[in-house]
Structure formats: structure tokens, C-alpha cells
Design a protein around this ligand. Structure first.
Ligand code: ADP
Ligand code: MG
Length: 199
């Protein structure tokens, strides 16, 4: 059993709370705040993606369950920048008026690669939004990446839906449009129309 303390807290979402793994710096532990089906559905979808052998380059890896003093936790890859700090959500960068022009531009440059990754591997992110995607900043900006940490899978998990590429791609397209639209609405983007070329 792992012993967690509040100093390990990374952040709290609406359904789950995320802690740093006390023994492994590249992992985090997520614990449900209240009973809900999201985690179960997400894990079902992870299993499916693992079976399909998709690369986990832009999706945080899943490592199984662990018991903790706060209850059962699911272990995921903890997304950190190359300086060791836990990465920040895309939303935080886009909402922060102190974000540098360079940071925003480098973040936006990751978007075409992120799109290619999602569509090529047919990853359906039901809640594809700027809060559920981390921007991992690296010393070598060519290694920067966007990583999905939450929001995976359809709420009414239906294996037939996932076995039909046509339907999955249609759904992904709708989510993608919504994602891009939400980014375009951010004032930092509106104020700098030169950023639109990445979207
Ligand atoms: N893999 C991760 N790497 C770094 N931070 C994470 C990771 N997963 C979650 N977090 C942080 O914890 C918060 C809550 O986790 P999340 O999985 O989004 O829970 P919820 O399902 O409640 O939205 C996130 O918004 C993010 O700040
Ligand atoms: Mg979340």
C-alpha cells in the first residue's frame, strides 16, 4: 500500500484528484472523489488502445491500480516539463496574460502534430478540451508535445461504435472542430491573428 500526503497533490478535477507517486517521479495516482463511471470507462478504452498497439506519445500512459491510504488509485504517467516541473494545461497557457509570445507560438506549433496523432490512431476523446490536454515544454523545443490526460472515450461505451472507423472518425472530427474553435476564442489568439495559421 502506498502512503499519500497532501504535499504530493498535483491538482483536483471535477471527478478525480491527482497526486505525485511517492516513489516514482514519472507517475501519478488518480483517485475518484465520488463514485462515477468515468474512470471505469476510460480504463476500458485504454485497454482497447493498448490492444491496438497505438503509440502513447501524446496520451498519458496507464500503469494499473494501486491501493493507497486515500483509497484505490489508478496509476498514470505524470507529465513533466524537461526542467522537472509538472506540465501545465493548454488552458493555463492560453488564459495567462503573462504567457510569453514564444510559449504560445511553440504550443500552437504542436497542434498539427497532435491532430495527426489523434486522427491516425483514431483516438476518440469525448471531452477534448484545453483543460484535459497538457503542454509539455522541453529544452529542445522540437520535443515539445501536447498530451491528453483526461476525457477519453465515449460515455455510453459501445464496442460496435469503436469497431467502425467511419463513425469514430466522424465523432473525432466534431470534437476536433470544437477544440480548435475554443482555442480561437481565447483573447490571446484574437489579439495575435498571426497565430491562426497553426489552427
Ligand atoms: N497525467 C497527468 N500529468 C500531470 N498532471 C495531471 C495528470 N493527470 C491529471 N493531472 C492534473 O490533475 C487534474 C485532475 O485530473 P483529471 O484526470 O483531469 O481529473 P477529472 O477527471 O476530475 O477532470 C488535471 O486537471 C491536471 O491538472
Ligand atoms: Mg479533467
Amino acid at each position: 500500500m502506498l502512503f499519500l500526503t497532501e504535499d504530493l497533490l498535483v491538482n483536483k478535477g471535477t471527478n478525480r484528484v491527482c497526486y505525485k507517486h511517492p516513489k516514482e517521479s514519472s507517475k501519478c495516482l488518480k483517485i475518484d472523489l465520488k463514485q462515477n463511471k468515468e474512470t471505469k470507462r476510460e480504463l476500458k478504452y485504454y485497454k482497447r488502445l493498448e490492444k491496438k498497439n497505438i503509440p502513447f506519445t501524446m496520451l498519458s500512459r496507464y500503469y494499473g491500480s494501486e491501493e493507497t491510504n486515500y483509497g484505490k488509485a489508478e496509476v498514470f504517467e505524470l507529465i513533466r516539463d524537461s526542467n522537472g516541473k509538472v506540465s501545465k494545461e493548454v488552458d493555463k497557457y492560453l488564459n495567462d496574460s503573462n504567457s510569453s509570445f514564444e510559449d504560445i507560438e511553440n504550443l500552437l506549433k504542436c497542434i498539427p502534430f497532435f491532430k495527426k496523432y489523434i486522427f491516425e490512431n483514431k483516438i476518440y476523446v469525448k471531452d477534448l478540451n484545453t483543460v484535459n490536454v497538457m503542454y509539455q515544454k522541453n529544452e529542445n523545443s522540437k520535443e515539445n508535445r501536447l498530451v491528453i490526460i483526461d476525457g477519453l472515450a465515449h460515455s455510453n461505451y459501445n464496442p460496435i461504435f469503436y469497431s467502425c472507423d467511419y463513425f469514430v472518425l466522424k465523432k473525432i472530427e466534431i470534437c476536433w472542430e470544437k477544440f480548435i474553435k475554443s482555442i480561437k476564442k481565447k483573447s490571446i489568439i484574437k489579439q495575435n491573428p498571426q497565430f491562426l495559421k497553426y489552427l
